[in-house]
Design a binder for this molecule. Sequence first.
Ligand SMILES: C[S@@+](CC[C@H](N)C(=O)[O-])C[C@H]1O[C@@H](n2cnc3c(N)ncnc32)[C@H](O)[C@@H]1O
Length: 233
Amino acid sequence: MTKTRGLKEAKIKLGDLDKVISKILRKKKKAKIFESGCGYGKVMTELKKKFGKKIDIVGMNLMPDHGDKKKIISFALKENIITKNEVKQLKSIKLIFGDAGKKLPFKTSSIDLVYSQTSSYLYKDKMHFFEEVARILSKEGIAKITIPESSSPPKKFLPLLRIYDNKKFIPFEKFIKKYKIIKIKKTTSGNKFIEINSGKLNFDLSLKSSLNINKLNKKLFGVISIYSKNKTK
Ligand SMILES: C[S@@+](CC[C@H](N)C(=O)[O-])C[C@H]1O[C@@H](n2cnc3c(N)ncnc32)[C@H](O)[C@@H]1O
């Protein structure tokens, strides 16, 4: 599992995060940022190097072994992203660990930018993650998240995200169409990603089951999440 993507890859998958942050900083003195599934934190390190004290950034991984502060610093030094003298610039990066598909540990309307690159396809409760992202975003906040799918597992495991309404399969892109604050967008490189704005998102879905395909085959990564629309009373 690659944990080393940086701003260059993020630009292809999510668009220009620098521009988004510069726009936030035209309105606010400080931007509050959350990266879900930060791996070895290359994007966070590059952003911190660029914006310094103007950004507060929190990164989340499932477990410390996937990237904790020590790993982030040693990776940044090894890859020459920072020099020894610049290590102190990373001091304020905060790392948290756990499942981002559960309640996110942030206050409502508190984060200006959420981004997540190649991570949400590994979450059991992908749809709850999107609901939570909408909740924590500040009024003018924005989230950019890669589509929670992966092309690497054999076709029989895809799509990873399956939504059923009355036993009828509804593709994710079609399902979210009626929700105004979540949209599929395309980067200039033509990659689709999810954009979320602040607000109340309630998909009214129940997670019926999930399957981590890595448990079936150590070479495959992804979690199948099966939802059904709650019945209206
Ligand atoms: C494939 S790596 C990608 C890392 C980085 N974004 C990159 O592109 O290089 C997936 C990351 O998602 C994190 N992750 C997996 N499941 C998670 C979960 N349920 N909640 C939060 N993070 C999770 C892992 O800890 C890992 O760092």
